[in-house]
Design a protein around this ligand. Structure first.
Ligand code: GLA
Length: 420
């Protein structure tokens, strides 16, 4: 691709001032200034919900079913204390297992781990952060807790009353509770039922009048990226669950091919929450996972143990240059340009004509492709390209067929502001 600097032509519309015939001097009192036409000032467009991929922290990947009110408060405190809030992580999302029982009026209560959800939401808000919650369209959540079937409006209103800013809505028991009961062996009818269930909650959230990010979690079935935006979905899971293992992370990355065109401001592909800092991921794997999620314009929802975060994990999660790629206002998801053996080269077009290039060694041996020769021509680039290596933070020049030494599961991520 030859990068053509797109010159935006500023067109100045010159308003022609038309004067009427001049009145004879002194024959009449000075004309009053013409009354302004009664035009209403143009209404400000409503801000887009999730104009860039949502950033924050979610309880599931580290705490799973053990999360408590105290952990959520500690997460909020630590987002502030570690500088993650300043880096853009604003949502503190409670995943499954906060739910108690419904009372005779259908009102869902919290369980003992979350004694007062409104007070918790107020606490999170007092830190300048936002709060998210979790439910699903079936009778039960994936963890077997009460979900929203038949109580969609009631639940949405309760979330809004609590001050909730984000809802993750997880399919789970809807499959058995509704799809298999109402439309056994009829895939098309099942799909219609599922879409209707998500639409119902989308409408219920909208009618609260509160901007609530709507996150669809149904594991990327039935081309969710094609229908989720129309029903108010701001993001949708594209895969099954992530785990803190490189092979799983890489498998998810591989499944994102072809989905780039569905992402954009307000509506994002979600390859699942971050595992950075979890399990036994090496530093390189943590880095590559984070870098590639930024290339994917993925929601950046950290899922680690914030109060005990290692400095190297914090350094990765707060890398401002990588976050800037993820949050780029164009919202164009990156794509795999080509691969050679186990090395993959991805590119992402950024605002202002900039380009991010990621060279990922997905292989298991130390130097799976040794050395790897970067083919700039395959990226449509001509001649040496000067940019910034986002791991070292130093300038770097990439030349055609340049040999690159890449350790296993490592990525070279480069931002080029003026590609040629
Ligand atoms: C599903 C989701 C996970 C998590 C759990 C909670 O597995 O995919 O992200 O929300 O449910 O039970």
């Amino acid at each position: 691709m030859r990068i053509s600097v797109s010159l935006s032509l500023a067109v100045f519309a010159c308003a022609a001032l038309v004067f009427g015939p001049t009145a004879p001097a002194a024959a009449q009192p000075a004309a009053k200034p013409a009354a302004k036409p009664a035009t209403k000032p143009a209404a400000k467009p409503a801000p887009i919900t999730a104009a860039t991929p949502p950033m924050g922290w979610n309880s599931w990947n580290f705490f799973a079913g053990k999360v408590t009110d105290k952990d959520i408060r500690a997460a909020a405190d630590n987002l502030v204390a570690t500088g993650m809030k300043d880096a853009g992580y604003v949502y503190v999302n409670i995943d499954d297992t906060w739910e108690g029982e419904r009372d005779a009026d259908g009102v869902l209560h919290t369980n003992a781990k979350f004694p007062d959800m409104k007070a918790l939401a107020d606490y999170v808000h007092s830190k300048g952060l936002k709060i998210g919650i979790y439910s699903g369209p079936g009778n039960k959540t994936c963890g077997g807790y009460a979900a929203s079937l038949g109580h969609e409006e009631q639940d949405a209103k309760m979330y809004a009353d609590w001050g909730i800013d984000y809802l993750k809505y997880d399919l789970c028991s809807f499959t058995g509770d509704v799809l298999e009961k109402q439309a056994p062996d009829d895939k098309a009818a099942q799909m219609r039922l599922m879409v209707a269930a998500y639409e119902k909650m989308g409408k219920a959230l909208k009618s609260t009048g509160r901007p609530i990010v709507f996150s669809l979690c149904q594991y990327g079935w039935d081309a969710v990226w094609e229908w989720a935006p129309a029903l108010g979905g701001n993001l949708w899971r594209t895969t099954g669950d992530i785990t803190p293992r490189w092979d799983r992370i890489y498998a998810i990355l591989s499944q994102q091919d072809g989905l780039a065109k569905y992402a954009g401001p307000g509506h994002w592909n979600d390859p699942d929450m971050l595992e950075v800092g979890n399990g036994r991921l090496s530093s390189q794997e943590n880095w590559s996972h984070f870098a590639m999620w930024a290339m994917l314009a993925a929601p950046l929802l950290a899922g680690n143990d914030l109060p005990n975060m290692k400095p190297e994990v914090k350094t990765i999660l707060t890398n401002k240059d990588v976050i800037a790629i993820d949050q780029d206002r164009l919202g164009k998801q990156g794509t795999r340009a080509y691969s050679d053996g186990e090395v993959e080269v991805w590119t992402r077009h950024l605002s202002g004509g900039a380009l991010a290039i990621a060279v990922l060694d997905a292989g298991d041996s130390r130097y799976s492709t040794h050395p790897f020769h970067l083919n700039l021509a395959k990226l449509g680039l001509h001649g040496p390209q000067t940019g910034k290596d986002l791991w070292t933070g130093k300038p770097i020049t990439l030349t055609n067929n340049q040999p690159l030494e890449l350790a296993s599961h490592n990525v070279l991520l480069v931002r080029i502001d003026t590609p040629k």
